[in-house]
Design a protein around this ligand. Structure first.
Ligand code: ATP
Ligand code: MG
Length: 299
């Protein structure tokens, strides 16, 4: 097992952004390079330890889903084959291979397109206060993690200054992106979710909810960002699904349990993880990867 890659260093290439997990480089006005590192976050903080191969696993999962969905929606991928990356990236292939995507830069819609098939997270909170999620009224008496009568589209406004994204009503989304785009994004989101859910279910995995980000390239709506990774989605093992409370996270449960056990106050700096928690978490990411893609190897 290789060491976790916590941060990339691509010499003089301009780092455009460093998210909690990904390092993003601007290659030109048209192209971006997304590199998924092995950083892991929990309770909104990047932890002191990485999970070896996590970035590769997440990138390979995104690639699987982009391909799986190619008849439904175009996407921003140019190539993930590092040998085909531009010449100025070739000296850095050791850092990039398997974990990077060269993508077309899109004009992003400032909305996270969230879809929920189950009542969890901020959806569950909203529902407890208002009986609705993002203004969508739901039946009374639902429990945490219950399956919804049908999947709902619950957009969130992207807030880039470190704050949490804010759930918004569909009307607010219409005011932001226009009615035609809002409806197209809602329809696409629901369609993609339905397809992905069926595939996941056939592998024993519940896709409770997820978020997509879309952008425009030459006037066409394309699926951008990462897609249906454990970082952008709630995956639950179907076998242990038990509504009426929070469900264990497929990937981060050991991490969360550990952080609760040490009574960390959830303020920076976030602690490092013991080797055993790192190893078990890595196994969970690999398990998700095997289950969903059917592949046994990362390369
Ligand atoms: P977090 O780590 O909490 O998600 P973040 O959203 O700032 O924080 P990233 O998700 O790594 O960090 O940032 C990726 C950014 O790139 C997002 O703002 C996303 O909207 C944007 N993006 C994704 N795909 C494209 C694309 N094809 N063109 C332009 N921007 C894109
Ligand atoms: Mg993001």
């Amino acid at each position: 097992m290789q060491k976790a890659l916590l941060q990339t260093d691509l010499g003089s290439l301009p780092l455009t952004a460093r998210g909690k997990v990904r390092d993003i480089y601007a290659l030109s006005d048209e192209q971006l390079l997304f590199v998924a590192t092995d950083r892991i976050s929990a309770f909104d903080h990047v932890l002191g330890s990485g999970i070896p191969d996590k970035g590769r696993i997440l990138t390979q999962l995104s690639l699987f889903w982009f391909d799986f969905l190619r008849d439904t929606v175009s996407n921003h991928l140019i190539t993930a084959d590092a040998a085909k990356f531009p010449g100025n990236l070739q000296p850095y292939l050791g850092q990039l291979e398997g974990r990077s995507m060269l993508v077309r830069r899109a004009q992003m819609f400032p909305v996270e397109c969230v879809v929920r098939g189950y009542l969890s997270g901020s959806g569950w909170k909203d529902y407890q206060h208002t009986g609705a999620v993002c203004g969508i009224k739901l039946p009374e008496g639902l429990r945490e993690s219950d399956r919804l009568p049908e999947p709902i589209f619950t957009p969130a406004a992207k807030i880039n200054t470190g704050g949490h994204d804010e759930n918004i009503s569909f009307e607010t989304m219409v005011a932001t992106v226009g009615e035609l785009h809002a409806e197209a994004l809602r329809n696409l989101t629901l369609e993609i979710y339905e397809k992905a859910t069926k595939h996941a279910a056939s592998k024993g995995v519940i896709l409770a909810d997820t978020k997509f980000e879309f952008g425009l390239i030459d006037g066409e709506i394309i699926l951008a960002d990462e897609v249906l990774t454990p970082d952008s989605s709630r995956y639950w093992p179907a076998e242990t699904y038990n509504p009426g409370g929070a469900q264990p996270s497929f990937d981060k449960q050991y991490v969360r349990d550990y952080l609760e056990s040490i009574r960390w106050n959830k303020q920076a700096p976030a602690p490092a993880l013991p080797d055993e928690v790192v190893a078990r978490t890595r196994e969970k990411y690999l398990e998700a990867f095997h289950l969903i893609t059917g592949r046994t190897s990362l390369t």
